[in-house]
Design a protein around this ligand. Structure first.
Ligand code: GLA
Length: 337
């Protein structure tokens, strides 16, 4: 009589015996652990800032020995499918600069469902209550302080040039829907007003996107209303917003002698600073793309591999660069060689 149970027992024993002979099913301490795989998702892959983050992430992957998957995710749909895609590829976690901070809860839910660890970079997630999601690990810039340093530098330059306040205006390109952007321009405006620049000569041009063409349009609309201003001090959330303003000002005859524009990022203005003739784009705060690209990877990698949880809130600083020092500083920071 055929006895299925006994047959199964014998078959299983044979299988075990053959496996143990080959050592296949026994955990083997000397066998290398599966390679860690991480994703790095960014909202604007065309922006030099994000390309540099990726470059430093690549360096981390090489140094620490993990696989890196870089994905451009300009909208919510792309973010969610990128997360699914990473999970299907066997990744254990990802770093993300989200295209929209209100996607925070959806991103966290999808990452949890797929058992992926995550770290937000640059743009902090907002919860359903509109407040920052403090329980999501984040690395970003000290936005308010960096903005203030822009305001201080603009004011100092106005004094140096001897520009009369009643002929000078401040043009702030704003993108208030993004907290880190709002804190930057608020910081710059606060520093200018506390230095004594009159609030009623500070004008905001709200851009639809933190990009050159949108900032150019927003600035053009504002300039039509302020034909009496002779010199402009310009600030904005990042280099591209400020470059858009500089281009719009050029279109109306304002150049290096009547514009002092200071950006933030320091990575998207290199071509501008390299131009033979100075433009209104005077300087920028160079942020630490290395910390945002390399250190975030390092944090996530150690969290996954060694169980070392990163801090919930890490902030980075920046350094002012201009035509005089940018080549040296970029070299020191490992951005150029
Ligand atoms: C935001 C901006 C970027 C860059 C980063 C830095 O994401 O859109 O251009 O400034 O912050 O954290």
């Amino acid at each position: 009589m055929f006895r299925p149970l006994a047959f199964a027992f014998v078959a299983a024993s044979l299988l075990l015996a053959s496996c143990s002979k080959e050592g296949g099913s026994q955990p083997d301490a000397s066998a290398p652990a599966a390679k860690v795989k991480l994703g790095f998702l960014v909202k604007q892959p065309e922006e030099p800032w994000f390309q540099l983050e990726w470059q430093f992430a690549d360096e981390a992957a090489k140094k620490l020995g993990f696989d890196l998957v870089k994905i451009g995710t300009p909208d919510g749909e792309k973010v969610l499918s990128a997360i699914d895609n990473l999970a299907a590829q066997g990744a254990q976690g990802f770093i993300i600069c989200t295209p929209d901070t209100t996607l925070g809860p959806a991103i966290v839910a999808r990452a949890k469902a797929k058992n992926l660890k995550l770290l937000a970079v640059d743009d902090r997630f907002l919860g359903a209550d509109g407040k920052p999601m403090e329980d999501v690990h984040y690395l970003g810039i000290s936005a308010g302080k960096i903005g203030q340093s822009v305001g201080v530098a603009l004011f100092a330059e106005q004094l140096k040039r001897g520009w009369q306040t009643d002929e000078t205006g401040v043009l702030a390109v704003t993108f208030d829907e993004l907290a880190t952007a709002r804190e930057r321009t608020d910081g710059a405006i606060e520093a200018l007003t506390s230095a004594g620049f009159p609030a009623n000569r500070i004008f905001k041009a709200a851009t639809q996107k933190p990009e050159i063409p949108a900032a150019l349009d927003a600035t053009n609309a504002l300039l039509t209303q302020h034909g009496d201003v002779k010199q402009w001090l310009v600030c904005g959330p990042n280099d591209n917003c400020v470059l858009g303003a500089v281009r719009a000002l050029e279109g109306r005859g304002f150049g290096a002698d009547s514009v002092v524009a200071i950006g933030i990022n320091g990575t998207d203005c290199i071509i501008e600073l390299e131009k033979q003739n100075p433009t209104g784009f005077y300087s920028s705060v160079l942020l630490s793309a290395k910390q945002h690209g390399y250190q975030t990877c390092e944090m996530l990698y150690h969290w996954i591999k060694d169980g070392v949880e990163p801090p919930f809130d890490t902030r980075t600083t920046g350094v002012l660069i201009n035509r005089g020092n940018f080549k040296q500083v970029l070299k020191e920071q490992g951005i150029t060689h």
